[in-house]
Design a protein around this ligand. Structure first.
Ligand code: UP6
Length: 271
C-alpha cells in the first residue's frame, strides 16, 4: 500500500473514516496530525484553529481538559468542518468489550458521537474490538490498534505486535490501521490479503529533540514516512511547546514546517 498514492488508496478504502482521512491528506497535501495535549478549552481551540490549515487530522485527549463542557465538542466539530480535518480521540481503550463499549458511547465525553477514529490496546484480546465495533461501526467510525509504542522499553514488540496485526486482519470492517513505528504488512504474514490497506499513524515525531526525559523517543518525518513507510506523522509538543502562552506565529510556523517535511518525505517515498 505504501507505494501507492494517498488518492489511489482513498478510492479503494472500504471504511468511511479511513477513506475520509486519505482524501483529506490528498486534498490538503498534508500527512500531519497535530496532537493537542493542552488542559484548557481556550488553548485547545486556539491551537486547533491555528494548525487547522496545515493538518489532515487533529488528535485529542479529551479527558485532560479541566474545564470540559459539551459545547467544546460543538466548537471542535465546527473547526473540523471549517478547516477540513478528521478527528481522532486518542483514548487508548484497554478493558473488556462491555466496558469499552460503555466508555466509547457514554460517560461525560460520548466519544463515539464525534471522533471519526479512536484507538485501543489489543491486550484484552479480540473482545475489545467487538465491543467497540458494536458502537462505532454503525456510525461509520474506525479503530486503530496500538501494535507498537514510541516509548523506550515498550512491551508492545515481537509476538505482541504480531498478535495485534492478526487481530486487525480478523476485523477489517472496523480496524483500519495501527499506531506503530513502521509498516505492518510484513508482520504475521501467514494470512495476508493483497487488498488489505492498514493505515500507519506514528507518534514520537520531532525535528529538534530526540526525547523528553519521560520515555518518549522522537524520529524525524523522513525517518518515519520515507524510511519506515508510515502514513501519518503525529506531532504534539514539537508544534506548540509546553502549550501555555500560545504564540500564534510560532505555532503556525512549526505546523507548516512539519507539514512540508512530512509531505516531502511522502513524495520521496512514492517516487
Ligand atoms: N502517543 C505517543 N506514543 C505512542 C502512542 N501515543 O507519544 O506510542 C501519543 C501521546 C501524545 C502524543 O499520548 O498525545 O502521541 C505525542 O506527543 P508529543 O509529540 O508531544 O510527544
Amino acid at each position: 500500500a505504501h507505494r501507492q498514492t494517498y488518492a489511489q488508496r482513498a478510492a479503494k478504502h472500504p471504511n468511511p473514516a479511513a477513506k475520509a482521512l486519505l482524501e483529506t491528506i490528498e486534498r490538503k497535501k498534508t500527512n500531519l496530525c497535530v496532537s493537542v495535549d493542552v488542559t484548557k478549552s481556550d488553548d485547545f481551540l486556539k491551537v486547533i484553529d491555528l494548525v487547522g490549515p496545515y493538518v489532515c487530522m487533529v488528535k485529542t485527549h479529551v479527558d485532560i481538559i479541566e474545564d470540559f463542557a459539551p459545547t467544546l465538542i460543538e466548537r471542535l466539530q465546527e473547526l473540523s468542518v471549517n478547516h477540513d480535518f478528521v478527528i481522532f480521540e486518542d483514548r487508548k481503550f484497554a478493558d473488556i468489550g462491555n466496558t469499552v463499549a460503555l466508555q466509547y458511547a457514554a460517560g461525560v465525553h460520548k466519544i463515539a458521537s464525534w471522533a471519526h477514529l479512536t484507538n485501543a490496546h489489543p491486550v484484552p484480546g479480540p473482545g475489545i474490538v467487538s465491543g467497540l465495533a458494536a458502537v462505532g461501526r454503525p456510525l461509520g467510525r474506525g479503530l486503530l490498534l496500538l501494535a507498537e509504542m514510541s516509548t523506550k522499553g515498550s512491551l508492545a514488540t515481537g509476538a505482541y505486535t504480531e498478535a495485534a496485526v492478526r487481530m486487525a486482519r480478523e476485523h477489517r470492517d472496523f480496524v483500519v490501521g495501527f499506531i506503530a513505528q513502521r509498516r505492518m504488512e510484513s508482520v504475521a504474514t501467514e494470512s495476508v490479503d493483497p487488498e488489505e490497506d492498514f493505515l500507519i499513524l506514528t507518534p514520537g515525531v520531532g525535528l529538534d529533540t530526540r526525547g523528553d526525559g519521560m520515555g518518549q523517543q522522537y524520529r524525524t518525518p523522513k525517518e518515519v514516512i520515507t524510511e519506515a513507510g508510515c502514513d501519518v506523522i503525529i506531532v504534539g509538543r514539537g508544534i506548540y511547546g509546553k502549550g501555555d502562552n500560545v504564540d500564534v506565529q510560532a505555532v503556525q510556523a512549526q505546523a507548516e514546517r512539519y507539514r512540508a517535511e512530512g509531505w516531502a518525505a511522502y513524495l520521496a517515498r512514492i517516487q
